[in-house]
Design a protein. Sequence first.
Length: 157
Amino acid sequence: MKAIRGAIFALVWTVAGVSQTNPAEKKGPPVSDRERLTGAWRLVSMSGPDGKPMTTGVPTGMLIYTRDGHVSVQLMYPKAAAGLSNEYVQNGYEASFGSYDLNVATHTVTHHVQGSNTGDRLAGKDLPRVYQFAADGRLKIRPASPDEHWSVTWEHY
């Protein structure tokens, strides 16, 4: 009799344990990199050309990837950097748009710039970037060129 009660208890315990699994632990179908990339992203942090995190002059920004292959990025630098101008930035503002290609095997996303606030400096260029998804869902992007050392971290809105 004890053996039967023990077996019933074990069976009930097992069934109860199975039915009370944590929904966060359930595994659904894998989500593709394109699906993870799609949407609007908010700028979280930047590392400068020296590879060190920027602590001053960090812009606010938005990056948008559409499901059908379009990209748009806008960064607004603080007023203190309003005079900042370089290949990407004009008077403290950076914006470009175009299309993108994703190479999951090499973890690269190539932005094909169709237009930019810097005019011909970026328009018509292909900008290959290495992307990485962090465990917390954030997206880190850095140049594919080994000569450039900056990086940008984004999080979904």
